[in-house]
Write a protein that binds this ligand. Structure first.
Ligand SMILES: Nc1ncnc2c1ncn2[C@@H]1O[C@H](COP(=O)(O)OP(=O)(O)OP(=O)(O)O)[C@@H](O)[C@H]1O
Length: 628
């Protein structure tokens, strides 16, 4: 066999420089596998850089080479990352670099397969440089969690969908926290996968989903829901009133054995009573709540006794003006929570959410960050608890199978800037202890520097797509022990559809560059191809939207609106008054009179991004109809 090149130097024992055999100079590609002989073993290496250079000629000769029209002599220098020699099941780096002029050969698929040992069952693609070698990740290593990292639009969701498909085929229970509703579309294609189920849970009626997930008020920490409602941490009196009302409905539910009493509506009723300065007696609760419950002797009931104590604290509030004001303010916050439609007395049953061979997508699109945070916190805490109860045989809800939790936009739930979300605590606990209880994380983020580094450092498997930002590459260098400057260069050279995978999931020894396979499940939120609808350039639809409203819409607003296009729901676009929900905001535009309203931006002088998003959608819909 003819060598593809010869060693001409080295950089430590793990990097070689090879000069390419001119006959192979145009054949050698990035990520190719090559080897050289060392005694009776072969040392495998991978191409990580290719440089074309002018053959070194002396300074006095250089002008001659160029001026006489002689084609410059080219050398192709190839950087090789040493993978190692096979010793039993292990790959070991050689003790010394090979002598200069050692011949280097192209490795064949069998050699590569036997060295890399990709013997898992999560088959997500092929070696980028050798498309007949399948890459199957080790499913057991998912217990060491996984991070999927890459710049926006480089295929993170694509890869996560592949991992989910493979996990589902093996019978896994998968839970997906989906802040942008990107996985909702998977529902349409899940029937292509035999015996696999997928349910989309929505949080409010105006969003897409099969079932509604509710966060239980009885189990919720009053401080948490007070924060979700927007009550400032320092507004102690308002928080106190809020918390007392919460305890009151919770205890009433327990004392009377009727969970339906623990509603936000009943909290509002209690607070209205306090705000108006009227005292509340136990006997009045039936009237106040508008429900009937047994009025027998409840004096032995411990909840009843606590309820009377809480009522007397509420009455103390009612007796002073500051207390009444606080109750009035708290009532407004409760009303705000009620409008969200996310809370009900009891949480949705866990067994509706968790099933083997099944993925549950939690569609959080359109909810404010604090609501997303509370929902995620509530779900993750319950899942971890159910697994702990099962493993440790403790009383309480249990789930018998391990659960893989996919967290899209993980930096939103566990930001690295020291801000502590509710979800942060539970995510960091799962990152640290989930392995013991069979709760595994797949964290997806565009910005590794923005995610909490303690959590990231618990993750041992990395799938890296193109990461362009040097700061983000630095964060990876810090977080992953496996990361080194060679890999840093590979990262910058990846194409869409390629991923660099490291960690025990690929045997733990060698990073692998994978060409990802096609997926079965659809997902939304990929690039929106406006040209598909318009067949025209950006300016044309910008002009169209401006024309509709009879005024110039700033480019920035249009850009922001484009990002909201996949967050529009319940839209009605055919009449002269169009309406819909855009990222949770209720939007209405009267096209004839060129007036608009947006429940979030209220009295803006110019159409806000929510309004413009709805207009864009209408224009797109019309263009689509025209092209049919
Ligand atoms: N392996 C692949 N093969 C072909 N096309 C791909 C592949 N991966 C991604 N794409 C395309 O690239 C676009 C972006 O992909 P995707 O939405 O998965 O990226 P992302 O990194 O999750 O983006 P974001 O951070 O914005 O969510 C999509 O239009 C998708 O179809």
């Amino acid at each position: 066999m003819e060598p593809v090149g010869y060693v001409i130097g080295n950089n430590g024992v793990d990097e070689l420089i090879m000069i390419a055999n001119p006959r192979y100079a145009d054949v050698i590609k990035l990520f190719d596998y090559v080897y050289y002989e060392h005694g009776d073993s072969r040392i495998l290496a991978q191409v990580t850089g290719i440089n074309r250079e002018l053959y070194r000629v002396s300074d006095s000769l250089a002008p001659v080479v160029f001026n006489d029209g002689v084609k410059p002599v080219e050398t192709v220098l190839v950087k090789l990352l040493i993978i190692g020699k096979k010793t039993g099941d292990l790959l070991k780096l050689p003790e010394a670099p090979p002598p200069v002029s050692t011949p280097v050969y192209q490795a064949d698929p069998e050699l590569v397969k036997s060295y890399l040992g990709l013997r898992g069952r999560l088959c997500i693609g092929y070696l980028a440089s050798m498309q007949d070698v399948k890459v199957c990740l080790n499913e057991k290593a998912i217990s060491r969690h996984m991070a999927i990292i890459g710049a926006t639009g480089n295929g993170k969701t694509w890869l996560s969908v592949l991992v989910i498909e493979e996990l589902l085929k093996l019978g896994a229970t998968v839970l997906i926290l989906d802040p942008h509703g990107e996985y909702v579309k998977a529902k349409e294609t899940v029937s292509k996968m035999d015996g696999v189920g997928l349910t989309v849970f929505r949080l409010s009626r105006q969003h897409a989903g099969d079932l509604t997930y509710r966060v239980g008020l009885i189990a919720a920490d009053p401080d948490h829901i007070a924060s979700v409602s927007g009550i400032d941490d320092k507004a102690i009196r308002i928080r106190e009133a809020f918390s007392l009302a919460h305890r009151c409905v919770k205890l009433a539910a327990k004392a009377y054995g009727d969970s339906k009493l623990a509603t936000l509506r009943n909290m509002e009723r209690i607070l209205a009573q306090v705000a108006s300065g009227r005292r509340i007696q136990v006997g009045m609760l039936q009237n106040l709540f508008g429900t009937k419950y047994p009025t027998g002797n409840l004096n032995d009931n411990k909840y009843f006794r606590r309820l009377t104590v809480v009522l007397s604290e509420l009455n103390d509030l009612a007796s002073e003006s500051a207390g009444r004001h606080a109750a009035l303010a708290a009532k407004r916050y409760v009303r705000k929570l009620r409008r969200l439609g996310v809370y009900s007395p009891l949480s949705t049953r866990l067994l509706k959410l968790l099933k083997a061979r099944h993925a549950s997508v939690i569609n959080l699109a359109g909810l404010d960050d604090s609501v997303q945070d509370h929902v995620a916190y509530s779900i993750l805490s319950r899942v971890l608890k159910a697994r702990i109860n099962y493993v440790r045989r403790l009383p309480g809800p249990k789930y018998p199978y391990p659960v893989v939790i996919v967290v899209e936009e993980a930096h939103r739930f566990a930001p690295g800037n020291g801000r502590r979300t509710l979800t942060y605590g539970i995510l960091s606990r799962i990152a640290m202890e989930g392995r013991k209880f069979g709760v595994f994380l797949v964290l997806i983020t565009q910005r590794p520097s923005k995610i909490d580094q303690d959590i990231l450092s618990q993750v041992q498997n990395y799938a890296l797509l193109r990461v362009v930002n040097p700061k983000d590459r630095e964060a990876l260098l810090e977080a992953g022990e496996l990361m080194n400057s060679n890999l840093d260069k590979i990262l910058a050279s990846l194409n869409i559809g390629e991923a660099l995978i490291m960690g025990p999931i690929v045997g733990g020894q060698v990073p692998i560059v994978v060409k990802l396979r096609n997926r079965v499940l659809e997902y939304g939120g990929g690039d929106i191809n406006l040209d598909k609808y318009w067949g025209v350039k950006d300016e044309d639809y910008e002009n169209e939207v401006s024309r509709m409203m009879g005024l110039k819409i700033p480019k920035l607003t249009i850009e922001r609106a484009k990002l909201l296009l996949d967050k529009i729901s319940d839209e009605s676009l055919s009449d002269s008054v169009i309406r819909g929900y855009v990222n949770g905001a209720r939007v209405e535009v009267d096209l004839k009179n060129e007036v608009w309203s947006c429940s979030k931006c209220r009295n803006s002088m110019k159409p806000c991004e929510h309004v413009v998003a709805l207009l864009l959608k209408k224009a797109m819909r019309e263009a689509e109809l025209m092209h049919k």
